[in-house]
Every structure is written in C-alpha cells, then in structure tokens.
Write a protein that binds this ligand. Structure first.
Ligand SMILES: Cc1ncc(COP(=O)(O)O)c(C=O)c1O
Length: 468
C-alpha cells in the first residue's frame, strides 16, 4: 500500500499554525486512481474533478498542494467533532484491538452502552435503538416500523426535504434527487412545510405561517385519507433544502395532528441531531416529542458508518412478541458504536451542546445579520446553533432567487463564483441552489469561526455583482 498520508505530513510552523507539505506526486497518484476507478455519488462521472484530500485535523483539511481549507460544511454535515478527533480515533483503535466485529444477534458491550446512552438523552418514553448503517436505512426502517404498528401503508413527507437514497427514503425525499428515481414508492404523498421567507401560504408572520401550514397539513391528511396514513416524516429543521427552522407551534401542531389521526410522527434528525443546533436532538428545542427518531452522521461524526432509529416505548412494545422483519449484517457495528460512546464522552466533558448554543447566538447570528445588512444579494439568514443558511437573491424586494431552483452549469454560475471565492480564500463552503450554508465542526475555534465568516463576507461580493 502506498502511504500517501505519511508523504503529506502536517507540521506546525514557527507561528504555531498547522501546515501540510505539498506533494505533487501523491496528488497525481490519488487523482489517477480516483478518476480511473471510483464511481462517485450523484454525478456525471466525466464532468467532475474531486479534490484529493491529504490530511485533516479539527476544523481544517489539506489538499496535496498544501492548501488548507476550513471545513465550513463538516464534510456532508456529519463531522460534528471535526477531523481526526483523538478520542474518537483512540476509541476505534482500542475497539479494533479488543473486538473488531460481532454479528447483531449477539449482545455486545459498546453496542448496548451506546443504545442506552442514546435512549437516555432522547428523553422520557424512548426506550430502544435499532442500529443501521446510515441515515437512509434509518428512515427506511422507521417507516417499516410505523407501517407494521399501524397496519397502514401511506406516508406523508415534505416538499423541500432529503431523507436518503434507498427506495423508501428517496420516495420520501422532496427534492430533485427523487426525480430521476421515479416512479418511486407511490404510497408517499407530499405536503408543503413552513418556509416563512417564501411562504407557500402567503403568510406575513411566523405565527401565521405556522397556523396555515398546519391547516394545509390537516387538509392533506383528510384528503389522502387519515385511515390510510402510517406516518409523517419531517426533518426537524430542514437541512440541505434550506435550514428551515419551524415557526413557533408548528411541530407541536404536527404532534397534535398525529395523535388525533393515529399517525406515527417520525423525526428525521440525521443532519440536525447530536449537537448541530445545540441539543442532543433538535426537536428538544421545540418542546415536542416524536414517536420515532432517526439519526446518523453526528452520532459518531461518520468515523465509521452508523445510523439508527430511536424507538418510543409504545412502538418498541409492539415488537415484544411480534418479530421485527428487518436486519442488517452490520447493525450496531462495534467500531462504529465505540466511536459513538466516545462521542458522548467528548460532548459531556467538553460541554459541546453549551458551546454550540453560545457560538451560535453570540458569534454566528450577529455576524451573519451584519453581513446581510451590507450585501444586497443576501435576502435572508436563518438558523440555530452552528447550522445557518444565507439565502441569496437577485433582488431583495421581489426575493427572486439569485439562481433558479435546481440550477446547474451556467445558470448556477453566480453561486459557483461565491463558492470558488471561498475556496481561494481557504474555506470549504456548503452551497445548495441559491444558498450558502454555515455548518462547521462543533469543535471549531472561535478565531477560525470568525475567519471563515470573514471569508464568506468577502466572497459574497461575487453574488452582489448579479443583483439588480
Ligand atoms: C435529513 C437527512 N436524512 C437522511 C439522510 C441520509 O443519510 P445517509 O446519507 O447516511 O443515508 C441525510 C443525508 O444527508 C439527511 O440530511
């Protein structure tokens, strides 16, 4: 095996800053293998140019040219504890030394400990955890549970949502990634969720948006046939499709509708769970409790693939004497669970939830509001904790998006220019349609956080050029 990492050592320069040595040979080798043989997700293979990454540490990663990038997207918003967190790396190494794997029908110490700790932080009424390999199969299995418990088949989910790429999860998805996968499972119906900045309900306040969105959901339930609906699946805060924070009362209203019509409420917390918004689970900020919680990503920062479903007592009880017809070879993989247990220890020892709430309200929010006040291209900023969106517009009055919905190629150029400017200035941004998201690792230093926001501030000049 070629040790490309050793060739690209990270070192500390005289000022104390971490740097990586350029290594053009390794760069060429990694590129060649990747371009020749790796088939990438969601891509036309000949039209992409994946960045070869040499090393990572905390909130920073390096390419083989020695360029450093502040990871403002936490990879795919999964790297909550940053690159190469020593506690997670050590936990995986230790677990590999004592028991690298064991099949799911057997009991295992770290698997059991992680399940217990997750159920404890999920709150009253949550009892058990079914582990999966990631977020899509967590949603897949949550829907399966809801269908079995209710004896109903239909599921409702939102437009502007992402729930994963397996067959039920992509059917639930309310964004263009579903389109080429259609016809998808026909027993999924879509509704509009609240989106105060672009209200589908012509609302003029968050409270009105909440009321009207709930009235629309109730109508959807009635017209789809309440007695046919097993579950409603909602990202507690819509992630990739806009960082849409639910307005006051909305999730409580969803809970009430689910109770009234005997529907299972599934909270997809794959992106927002485990500290992203300063809570173990984002629904805890809204004083509501779902019946099933799906999680992945932040549970162990994706160091080893892991996801799962947290199951309330009522639903878990159904399967006490009735067999659950689902399973995975790697359900509760010990290496993944060891990294999960270490995640709990780091969160508790380092006060990660408090840190995220503090940085979000004291640093990110005021700085983004100030940025918004100076850039004509910024229509809206919204978010919580270390999870924010900057929504870009051509015109603040009309709110016309800076690029059209699902834009690609030349149509997407104004946002691509912002992303390129960020990268030139050492920040790896998360952009989606007409938005730049801010989602750095939760361990990012305050200096780096401010520096990254400064870079975004400068990069937005590229968007301002396209305003009217
Ligand atoms: C809200 C949400 N649900 C589900 C998924 C799917 O997770 P995975 O890619 O681990 O299958 C994602 C992934 O981005 C997500 O953001």
């Amino acid at each position: 095996m070629t040790d490309t990492l050793a060739a690209t050592a990270v070192y500390t320069d005289p000022t104390g800053a971490a740097r990586a040595l350029p290594d053009p040979e390794a760069d060429a080798r990694v590129r060649a293998d990747d371009r020749g043989h790796v088939f990438h997700s969601w891509s036309a293979q000949a039209l992409i140019d994946p960045l070869p990454v040499a090393a990572g540490e905390g909130a920073t990663f390096w390419d083989y040219a020695g360029n450093a990038y502040l990871d403002f997207s936490s990879q795919l918003v999964n790297l909550n504890l940053g690159h190469q967190h020593p506690d997670l790396v050590t936990a995986i190494q230790r677990q590999a030394g004592r028991m690298a794997t064991i099949q799911p029908a057997m009991a295992n110490d770290v698997r059991g400990e992680l399940a217990r700790r997750i159920a404890e932080v999920a709150g009253d009424g949550f009892e058990k955890v079914f582990f999966t390999n990631g977020g899509a199969d967590a949603n897949e299995n949550a829907v399966r549970m809801a269908r079995l418990v209710t004896g109903r088949r239909k599921v409702l989910s939102m437009y502007r949502s992402y729930h994963g790429n397996t067959s039920t999860a992509i059917a639930l998805t309310g964004d263009p990634r579903r389109w080429p996968n259609e016809p998808a499972d026909g027993s999924v119906a879509k509704f509009f969720g609240p989106y105060a900045y672009r209200s589908p309900f012509h609302s003029t306040s968050p409270e009105e948006e909440s009321r009207r969105a709930l009235a629309h959901l109730e109508q959807t339930i009635v017209l789809e046939g309440a007695s046919t609906i097993a579950a409603i699946v909602i990202e507690t805060i819509v992630g990739t499709n806009g960082v849409l924070v639910p307005p006051p009362g909305y999730l409580a209203g969803v809970r009430e509708l689910c109770d009234r019509f005997g529907i299972v409420y599934i909270a997809d917390e794959v992106m927002v769970g485990f500290g992203r918004v300063g809570e173990w689970f984002a629904f805890q900020a809204f004083d509501v409790a779902p019946d099933l919680i799906t999680f992945a990503k932040g549970v162990n920062s994706g160091y080893v693939p892991l996801g799962g479903v947290v199951i309330s007592e009522r639903i878990a009880g159904h399967f006490d004497t009735v067999s659950f017809p689902g399973g995975l070879t790697y359900s509760g993989h010990p290496l993944a669970c060891a990294a999960g247990v270490a995640t709990f220890e780091v969160f508790e020892r380092d006060g990660i939830l408090e840190r995220v709430r503090d940085l979000g309200s004291r640093v990110v929010e005021p700085r983004l509001r100030e940025i918004a006040s100076r850039h004509p291209s910024v229509g809206d900023v919204r978010g919580m904790g270390l999870f924010w969106a900057i929504e870009l517009v051509e015109d603040r009055e009309t709110r016309t998006p800076l690029v059209p919905f699902n834009a690609s190629g030349a149509d997407a150029a104004p946002v691509a220019a912002v992303a390129a400017a960020c990268k030139r200035d050492g920040v790896w941004p998360f952009t989606h349609f007409n938005r730049v998201h801010v989602a750095p690792p939760l361990v990012i230093g305050e200096d780096d956080l401010l520096r990254g926001l400064d870079v975004i501030d400068r990069a937005l000049s590229a968007a301002d050029e396209h305003t009217r």
